[in-house]
Design a protein. Sequence first.
Lengths: 122, 372
Amino acid sequence: MSAQISVKVEFGGGLELLFDNQRSHRVSVPVRVAATPAEKKSLKDDTGAAEGEGRQADVAYLILWLRDNLLKERAELFVENGTVRPGILVLVNDTDWELEGEGDYQLKDGDEIVFISTLHGG
Amino acid sequence: MTSPHPHLGIRDLLQTIMPPRLCALCHDARAILKRPKTGQQICKECFFWVFETEVHNTITEAKLFKPGDRVAIGASGGKDSTVLAHVMKTLNDRYEYGLELFLLSIDEGITGYRDDSLETVKRNQQQYDMPLKILSYDELYGWTMDAIVSQIGKKNNCTFCGVFRRQALDRGAASLHVDHIVTGHNADDIAETVLMNIMRGDIARLGRCTLICTQGEDTIKRSKPFKYAYEKEIVMYAYFKKLDYFSTECIYSPDAYRGHARAFLKDLEAARPSAIIDIIHSGEMFEVKEEVKATQKSQKTCKRCGYMSSNELCKACTLLEGLERGMAAAAVTERARKKLDAEGPAPESLRTIPFFQQSRGPHPSVALERPT
């Protein structure tokens, strides 16, 4: 088994409803993944690219991994065009992901990634 | 040319050598947020400060309040009204507005949705130490949304809910003898409404929907202190302040038309964050010609319940009559209304929606739930 990174994932603002109504999750993803998963439909044959190949797992990879492994219903409310749907805020270790390179942010062991929907009623 | 670290890309290198970016305002703390309005990268404390100060500036520039005003915050338990209650309390203390603040909630009677969100409002009442009034559709109209949906189905039920909620807020405010209702409508909501009114050619509403303050029932004013606040910042504010709010989609069909306007707006915002403020600005710039204004109906009062109306019967009474007589479509389409009229006059027994007289006395005419 290839090396894994463990990250904490949290959902808020109603997004948790798509993930079994559970706000907090701990997930493990491979350290290295195939080069361009965003263009694939699924990540099923994408896990564990050999050392030196592909790219390091990033938030873009995590989003699709969550869709394929953790999401329970209505994927279109979470992912659109290979990234989170417009209107979903993402924080990397309590910082706006727009300051961290968005999907290009490379995951480190122990990172905390938060997804909050702004699309639910106020 | 070969890289000294064959497995590391340029991004890996940048991530290891770049210092954390500093706040564009204090140049001291680490930035945690990119402001959609300005593109500035700012730290948590500066974010709280600019967010609150901008709302304060919106309030003072529009001269929304005067000392001694009684102000009800329309509270749903959702993110916008929860942040609004927090910010109103903060600003009222910080700048000594001298306002008496109340929480006013409407219970539409939607099991599994509003009953849960009202629990959030009740917690807010404790946290913010404000009196809370909950007014239900059942008590005002004799119908809960659950009962309405079981009669008319999920189509058009948002029409009923929207009309009933607007009137319920006004009536609740009158019963509290407040001068002013503030609601959590944010910049995104207003931009959405501008788009919808343009698409429907609704000139009257287009002119009104960008106003920060409108006059409602019995000279009660309604304002939107978050008119220029982006939804992203409201949600980030709630997140960083760890505010307690409720977020679940209404179990009855969401307003599909608004949903499309919303998705479209979010796509525009992703391409250019200023789109939201630009659309509000564009809504404000429309000028309605005098001859168009002349064709718009003048305000009168409803002959049945006394609420302001542009017809003989106000919208809520019309909807209610349709429900009571089993012809719920009556207020939704012109054709169904004619059919209802052809069936003869309204029965004598028809419910009159209770009307609360706005008086200037010091005490509300209804019992309040005081924080304990």
